[in-house]
Design a protein around this ligand. Structure first.
Ligand code: ZN
Length: 139
């Protein structure tokens, strides 16, 4: 069995934004040489997500508005977590609902995604470098 590990670093300039990362993940699959296997992609931080959905800018605006309605950043005093001196209580909640990781099948050396499925990094407490892990296993 082959395995391949790669770390991507994102330094998103906004507090919250969504980044399309399917090309970088496919690059890692190609580098691995794996033809048949599985590809795990996960955020290594508790205030950011990796998820799959449509690469459509209107939907991305809808996500950001919906998440901000569910867990508004301000006032920061509304979160118990922020009593620790942090200001990112909202970002932990946003990460929870958008998920930690995705697993995608690899078939004939390609990510075997549905027609409209794309992989995204969801940042909810940006403006600093944060890592995503890609782990590929197979033959
Ligand atoms: Zn925190």
């Amino acid at each position: 069995m082959k395995s391949h590990t790669k770390y991507l670093t994102f330094n998103v300039p906004a507090r919250m934004d969504l980044v399309h990362i399917t090309p970088q993940v496919q690059d890692a699959v190609t580098e691995s040489g794996v033809q048949e296997g599985l590809c795990l992609v996960n955020s290594m931080h508790i205030t950011s997500s990796v998820f799959i959905n449509d690469n459509e800018s209107g939907l991305h605006e809808d996500y950001k508005r919906w998440l901000e309605e569910l867990a508004p950043h301000a006032p920061t005093s509304q979160y118990h977590h922020n009593r620790t001196g942090e200001d990112n209580g909202d970002a932990h909640l946003k990460r929870q609902i958008m998920g930690r990781e995705v697993v995608v099948a690899i078939t004939e050396g390609r990510l075997d995604l549905g027609t409209w499925e794309r992989i995204f990094y969801g940042e909810f407490d940006g403006r600093r470098p944060k890592r995503v892990l890609i782990k590929i296993i197979g033959e």
